[in-house]
Design a protein around this ligand. Structure first.
Ligand SMILES: Nc1nc2c(ncn2[C@@H]2O[C@H](COP(=O)(O)OP(=O)(O)OP(=O)(O)O)[C@@H](O)[C@H]2O)c(=O)[nH]1
Length: 552
């Protein structure tokens, strides 16, 4: 696999892995970030809601508490049948009434079990009805007193007015003695409208009692009326708003912890309406309720907001890799390809200088420089070697056709030579002839003076024959003491033969003081039509033997 492919494969792998882990880390980071923002937001929202939403309610409660402290009211509550006390209490209560938001109040006395109510309606009576412990609709009165609840908020329908009211019920006390319950009511619809108005788009507020029974919620149908008197099964609980048991359990724990730490925020994650939500719970001791804010984390700050961050990261990563790839190509792969091309050319005995760009890596430049030196000397050495081989081959060729002792053509060389002559005879009728020269009784020289003397004599004979033939022919050592001379015309053949027969120059050779006598037997043959090399040689041989035979 090439560096480029490897690099592409591995970088693609790295890119995918990096993207995957970046996406994971961005997601985790975003979730953490969103969660911590939402937590901070939830805390602020809970405190804000408590302050703003409940302000009118708390005001009414405080007024109810103040109302319950009216001396005239207490005095009347102790003696409900005393008309003058009743009158005084009524005057004071009527004066106080104007301070209540809805300009109405109720007084329920323990001793005469009567329920009094006053509002702007001039025709309305002060006394409304007599409470009965056996009536379910009056149970609140008896329960509040029985449980000694100094303050109780109650969401209950006002049968007479036909509206649902949020009642602030406060005990009238004289020391430890409970004299009755007083308070005021706020129209629940108005109150809820106000609450929704002030509510943030991201959150939903629910007010519950300590059990989780819903007291205030945008959806009126989910409000649990008469929480105090209703038995557990019939109650509408906040947990019903959640999607699963795990969430319900978590919220229960949060309610419990919040109840133990008034005004401190408890946070927990829950699943509501098919989304992950953060529930912040705060206990409000002033009203003995718990306020729960649900915040949809996804809506508050969707994770998709972070996708652009991921896209920017991905694009910059791709761009960085492309730049890296181009640089790698300029610095490494292109110079390597140049080097590779040059090496392949070198294999064909051609030298090509690698063309390196300015960007090529220093290491590669150094490598190429070493390669250049190495390839130059390699080519030089190869050239020298080839020259030597040529020389040696020429020398071997020469030696293969020459006789080492006399340096005349040997049999092989002379045969080649004669074939050429034969061919030109056959083609152009260029005639030639052969002189066969054999030394007489050469063996005796060897025997008498030794082989070295024989060699010496053979060399002498060779140079003698060369001098006689000169440029008129070619001399060869046919074997042992036998020589062949090729001449180009008949006259020269006769002339040389005659000279060899008559010449006395070589008859006496001096070898280390010993005189050696040399004589030749000579046979001639001149080329004729239909001659082959064998037939010509045979005739020359035969002629020479005829002479030798006649000599003996
Ligand atoms: N010193 C030496 N002797 C050689 C060489 N080649 C052949 N001889 C010898 O030459 C002799 C040739 O002997 P023969 O063929 O009997 O020829 P000859 O003694 O001249 O006898 P005739 O030809 O009958 O006159 C042999 O004894 C060979 O050993 C050589 O290169 N050097």
């Amino acid at each position: 696999m090439t560096i480029k492919s490897r690099f592409l494969l591995s970088t693609t792998g790295i890119l995918l892995l990096t993207c995957f882990f970046s996406w994971l880390s961005i997601r985790v980071l975003a979730e953490d970030l969103v969660e911590s923002w939402v937590e901070r937001y939830a805390e602020k929202q809970a405190r804000y809601d408590k302050a703003r939403t409940l302000l009118p309610l708390i005001q009414e409660i405080n007024l109810s508490k103040e109302f319950a402290e009216l001396d005239s009211l207490k005095a009347w509550a102790e003696q409900p049948n005393n008309e003058s006390l009743k009158q005084q209490a009524f005057i004071d209560a009527e004066e106080f009434r104007m301070r209540f938001a809805e300009k109405s109040y109720f007084i329920a006395l323990k001793k005469n079990e009567r329920y009094y109510f006053s509002d702007d309606d001039a025709s309305g009576k002060f006394y409304r009805y007599t409470l009965e412990s056996s009536k379910e609709s009056d149970a609140w009165f008896y329960q509040i007193m029985e449980h000694n609840l100094d303050l109780h908020l109650n969401v209950n329908p006002d049968v007479e007015l036909g509206v649902i009211k949020l009642w602030s019920d406060v005990l009238i006390r004289q020391g430890d003695e409970i004299l009755g319950v007083v308070g005021t009511g706020l129209d629940l619809s108005d109150f809820l409208d106000q609450m929704v108005e002030k509510q943030d788009v991201y959150s939903a507020i629910v007010f519950t009692n300590y059990e989780g029974a819903i007291q205030l919620y945008q959806q009126k149908e989910l409000i649990n009326y008469s929480s105090l008197t209703k038995n557990a099964e019939g109650k509408k609980l906040i947990f019903q708003l959640l999607d699963n048991e795990e969430s319900k359990e978590r919220l229960k724990q949060a309610l419990k912890s919040a109840k133990n730490r008034p005004n401190k925020i408890e946070m927990t994650r829950v699943d509501k309406d098919g989304t992950h939500q953060l529930a912040s719970v705060i206990y409000i001791p002033e009203i003995d309720w718990l306020q729960v804010n649900f915040i949809d984390i996804g809506r508050f700050l969707p994770l998709s907001e972070f996708s652009s961050l991921f896209v920017v990261f991905f694009v910059s990563l791709v761009v960085a890799l492309i730049i890296f790839y181009v640089l790698l190509s300029l610095i490494v792969t292109k110079p390597l390809a140049e080097l590779d091309l040059s090496i392949r050319q070198l294999g064909k005995n051609r030298y090509r200088v690698p063309q390196l760009s300015y960007f090529a890596g220093t290491e590669i430049k150094r490598l190429v420089s070493h390669y250049e030196k190495m390839s130059t000397s390699l080519l030089e050495y190869q050239h020298q070697l080839e020259e030597k081989v040529k020389e040696r081959t020429a020398e071997l060729n020469r030696l293969s056709i020459l006789d080492p002792l006399t340096e005349l053509y040997n049999r092989r060389g002379f045969e080649m030579y004669m074939k050429e002559y034969l061919a030109s005879w056959q083609k152009d009728q260029k005639s030639f002839g052969l002189i066969n020269v054999d030394v007489n009784e050469f063996k005796l020289i060897n025997d008498r003076l030794g082989h070295a003397a024989g060699d010496f004599v053979l060399q002498k004979i060779a140079s003698y024959l060369l001098s006689v033939v000169d440029e008129k022919g070619v001399v060869a050592r046919w074997g042992g003491d036998e020589f062949l001379i090729l001449v180009r015309d008949k006259q020269e053949q006769d002339r040389i033969s005659e000279r060899l027969r008559s010449d006395k120059v070589l008859h006496e050779i001096d070898f280390n003081g010993d005189r050696v006598s040399v004589q030749f037997s000579i046979g001639n043959a001149f080329i004729q039509d239909q001659d082959t090399l064998e037939s010509l040689l045979h005739r020359a041989d035969k002629a020479m033997y005829a002479v030798k035979f006649n000599r003996q």
